[in-house]
Design a binder for this molecule. Structure first.
Ligand code: PEP
Ligand code: CO
Length: 458
């Protein structure tokens, strides 16, 4: 739908970018707010509130992504499919931090390069939906689009998009990142103390022993280096965590987009790394228009249906000056079609000669529904897509520089397979996601270990 908000200055010339210039394009997957005056008030309020991130952090991440483009680092991006307001708790945030830290430790060890940790967190509150409405027992209501937009309860009132939720999502995002930063600054992510990150391993977990061996080996190496060099590595060995979310709800993104005089550029300060989802990457659409004007590193999901021309158009729109670290392509074709489609995409990028970071999302192309209607993903398909992606890139003289996962530090049963061989019948036991199925703690660690081993020799 076209946005009804009147926050755009109507005098902006046709091709000139402005944080609200997207409003003159078709914006897919947006909520339809009945009260646009209230929406405008909220956008104005949000644009006065302090930012969630800073340009220093954003530029640091861009430099890290540039190093991953050169093959000198690897990106681990992961978290929930959607965050929820209820789950914005100390325990949940700590658990997410722990799983990302543990996985990254294993990957640093195996890949022998720095791992850049990017959480799907502190802003992942809006979801694209395959249908605008949902019907239950003959009643049809607007779809639930995430806690930033409306409520999940199935009543007409709860499904009305409420602009106040935009402010609540901003506050939850700020609280989340504030807590993450405090934990990190307080020493929680100090590589000397990986024991802080221990989650409760399920007894007899096959991965636990291997993980603990890796941890003690890393601690020993750090102690050794500090002894011989006489230097403490605490500061330099501290792990950073960056925030990312799908930049879907463009009023939210627009409100915190600021021009920074000292940098002479516009930054989206709701997050470090926003990405464009598969359903909203149309070349003439509002999302590409908004993203082209911000200085952040940005991601674009690419999957079945993407053409080489379209991809080249995206690169031209989002990175016309071939800036290093700017553009990440997150491919999610599914285990069955990655080998068929990825080579054309790699060739298209080579043809334009622009730098990109290739990241594989082995989750979203492998979603299926069980006979009783439960959404799931098979661990073996997730691993297969990752393996194929590493292979295809290597065979074409390209390289895979990161992975994008939906995961949780909890022991949920949402994806089948893995070391414990979860079956469709196990799914009902601990299925908590209201959107896409996530890897549980053990499955996520198993993926990290596979990547650590898989990629050696590259
Ligand atoms: C997602 O990352 O949750 C998502 C909706 O992905 P995609 O845009 O790739 O379908
Ligand atoms: Co998802």
């Amino acid at each position: 739908m076209k946005s009804c908000s009147n926050t755009v200055s109507k005098t902006v010339p046709k091709n000139e970018w402005h944080p609200a210039s997207w409003q003159s394009r078709e914006a897919l997957q947006q909520a339809s707010y009945p009260d646009t005056a209230e929406l405008d008030r909220v956008v104005a309020d949000l644009s006065r509130l302090p930012p969630i991130t800073t340009s220093w952090e954003i530029d640091d991440l861009k430099a890290h992504i540039a190093s991953a483009q050169r093959g000198e680092a690897f990106v681990l991006q992961g978290g929930d499919c959607a965050e929820t307001f209820d789950e914005c708790t100390s325990e949940n945030i700590v658990a997410k931090l722990k799983i990302l830290l543990q996985m990254s430790l294993v990957m640093i060890y195996g890949l022998k390069k720095p791992v850049i940790r990017v959480g799907r967190m502190a802003g992942q509150y809006a979801k694209p939906r395959s249908a605008n409405t949902e019907t239950r027992d003959g009643v049809t209501l607007p779809s639930f689009r995430g806690d930033l937009i409306n409520h999940r309860g199935f009543t007409a009132d709860e499904r009305i998009p409420d602009p106040q939720l935009i402010l609540r999502a901003y506050e939850r995002s700020a609280l989340t990142l504030n807590f993450v930063r405090s934990l990190i600054d307080g020493g929680f992510a100090d590589l000397h103390h990986p024991e802080y990150w221990d989650l409760d391993w399920v007894s007899h977990s096959p991965a636990a022993a291997e993980y603990h061996t890796i941890v003690s080996s890393i601690s020993d190496s750090l102690d050794f280096l500090e002894t011989v060099s006489g230097r403490q590595f605490h500061r330099t060995q501290r792990a950073d965590i960056y925030a990312s979310h799908e930049g879907l709800h463009l009023h939210y993104e627009q409100a915190q987009t600021r021009f920074l005089d000292r940098r002479e550029r516009w930054y989206n300060l709701t997050t470090h790394f926003p990405w464009i989802g598969m359903r909203t990457a149309q070349l003439d659409g509002a999302h590409i228009e908004y993203f082209r004007g911000i200085a952040n590193p940005v991601g674009v999901k690419i999957g079945p249906g993407m053409t080489t021309q379209w991809l080249q158009g995206i690169i031209a729109a989002l990175n016309p000056n071939n800036e290093l670290g700017r553009l990440t392509l997150i491919h999610r074709f599914g285990a069955k079609s990655v080998e068929e489609h990825l080579p054309d995409m790699i060739r298209a990028v080579k043809e334009v000669g622009s730098p990109v970071l290739w990241v594989c999302d082995p989750m979203h192309g492998n979603t299926e529904t069980t006979s009783d209607g439960t959404k799931t993903r098979r661990f073996e398909n997730i691993v297969a897509e990752l393996e194929s992606s590493f292979k295809v890139h290597a065979a074409m003289g390209s390289h895979l520089g990161g992975v994008h996962l939906e995961l949780t530090g909890e022991n949920v049963t949402e994806c089948t397979g893995g070391a414990r061989g979860l079956t469709d019948a196990d799914l009902a036991r601990a299925y908590k996601s209201t959107v896409d199925p996530r890897l549980n703690y053990e499955q996520a660690m198993e993926i990290a270990m596979r990547i650590a081993g898989l990629n050696t020799g590259q």
